[in-house]
Design a protein around this ligand. Structure first.
Ligand code: ATP
Ligand code: MG
Length: 174
């Protein structure tokens, strides 16, 4: 690929993760090398759903924090932060693997919760290989990330079936 950019999909509407999956599919069509990393996705849900399909497409997948945020919080902030620092250094390791597209699904939540900070992420982005496109998804992207990014989309909720009491639907929401 030519110059890789930094993309951010944030906001309170549905479609951030879905958009990143669509991008991964499109990139694969052009034989790009794709890595999809997710946070706060319970292991079984990931493996039954998108993780399984991405693997079949030849995409490297990692469910780095395979539990929901509210469960993750139970270990306490310091321990949670340490694990996220480890996750970040793992992600930095993928910079050696010649990917064209790296998706960091729900990374904005890691930042919103303060598990990783501005300095760490800006330093990480400094090391980004020239040709690599990186996508950050999740509600609540910090302002400094929005400023640093080249492409930012806010997915704004107009309506969501959750508000009518319709629960998460398999194959649609997760
Ligand atoms: P999707 O994975 O469907 O693209 P998303 O990545 O934009 O959604 P997240 O903030 O990651 O949304 O939300 C996680 C879960 O909450 C998903 O199952 C999603 O469908 C659902 N969800 C998304 N938007 C809303 C909303 N406005 N209110 C309630 N639940 C939502
Ligand atoms: Mg999402």
């Amino acid at each position: 690929m030519e110059k890789g950019l930094i993309e951010v999909y944030y906001g309170n509407g549905k479609g951030k993760t879905t958009a990143s999956l669509g991008l991964a599919v499109r990139a694969i069509a052009y034989n790009f090398k794709v890595c999809f990393i997710t946070f706060f996705k319970p292991r079984d849900i990931f493996e039954q759903g998108q993780g399984k399909v991405l693997k079949r497409l030849g995409i490297e997948v990692h469910d780095l924090i395979p539990v929901k945020l509210h469960s993750y919080k139970k270990m306490g902030f310091e321990k949670g932060r340490k694990k996220c620092l480890k996750a970040l250094s793992f992600i930095e390791g993928t910079f050696q693997k010649d990917y064209d597209l790296l998706i960091l699904d729900e990374m904005n939540i890691v930042l919103r919760e303060g598990y990783l900070g501005k300095k760490e992420i800006l330093r990480f982005l400094e090391k980004k290989p020239e040709g690599l496109e990186i996508v950050f998804t999740g509600r609540g992207a910090p302002q400094w990330l929005i400023e640093r990014a080249d492409l930012v989309s806010e997915i704004r909720k107009i309506k969501h079936p959750f508000d009518q009491g319709i629960k998460e639907r398999k194959g649609i929401d997760g």
